[in-house]
Design a protein around this ligand. Structure first.
Ligand code: GTP
Ligand code: MG
Length: 202
């Protein structure tokens, strides 16, 4: 299983400007700075793919990417939506409200959306915003894939225990929480597997 092509599709806000819902889509959400773009880059094997979304002015938008995945003799294209990060303290109330409206509309309405990858920092654990997002996704009937990233920042001996601790906080089973590191590439194949599984579920 490998990603043979990765490309930026477009940035958008208003539903009328979203790209057509023509293929299974997976969204990435999480706190600002948690490592969403880095995860997308690591997943795609393209160091600067998501840098597009880091240029000023684009960070408040929905950023769409297409990944071409090869499995044996077959190829398929998945669309990823990198959402702007939440919980950024310096953001004004108005900006926060705009964010909620944009993200809410996308997560509620997007027909092609198959799953939401909720990214948390393994050192910090789930924040109130993360918990609120997870509860909201559940209530909306959206499938979530929870990933704890920056695993490389913990000593190897502490990683498994810390992941289990977070699972308990999230009331999840062992299979549910994925450990990840964009720095070391840990968890990449598992995450890709989960994303593909979700893309084909109904
Ligand atoms: N050590 C380590 N650093 C990471 C990892 N993932 C991201 N970082 C660092 O964390 C910082 C933020 O990463 P981004 O990928 O830009 O985070 P983001 O969630 O896309 O941020 P916003 O777009 O602002 O919401 C950068 O300095 C990254 O190098 C990781 O797995 N390990
Ligand atoms: Mg980003």
């Amino acid at each position: 299983m490998k990603i043979v092509d990765a490309e930026f599709v477009k940035s958008a806000v208003e539903p009328e400007t979203w790209p057509p819902a023509e293929r299974p889509e997976i969204a990435f959400v999480g706190r600002s700075n948690v490592g969403k773009s880095s995860m997308l880059n690591r997943l795609s094997g393209r160091k600067a793919l998501a840098r597009v979304s880091n240029t000023p002015g684009r960070t408040r938008l929905l950023n769409f990417f297409d990944l071409t995945i090869e499995r044996g003799a077959s190829r398929e294209i998945l669309r990823i939506c990198d959402l702007p990060g939440y919980g950024f303290a310096k953001v004004s109330k108005t900006e926060r409200a705009n964010w909620s409206q944009m993200i809410g509309a996308y997560l509620e309405e997007r027909e092609a959306l198959k799953a939401v990858v909720v990214i948390i920092d393994v050192r910090i654990g789930p924040t109130d915003d993360d918990l609120e997002m997870l509860r909201w996704l559940d209530a909306e009937g959206r499938r979530s894939i929870v990933v704890a990233t920056k695993l490389d920042k913990l000593p190897k001996a502490k990683r498994a225990g810390r992941l289990r601790q977070i699972e308990v906080q999230l009331q999840m089973t062992a299979r549910s929480l994925l450990g990840f590191s964009s720095e070391e590439g840990l968890g990449r194949d598992e995450l890709l597997g989960r994303i593909l599984e979700a893309a084909h579920a109904d």
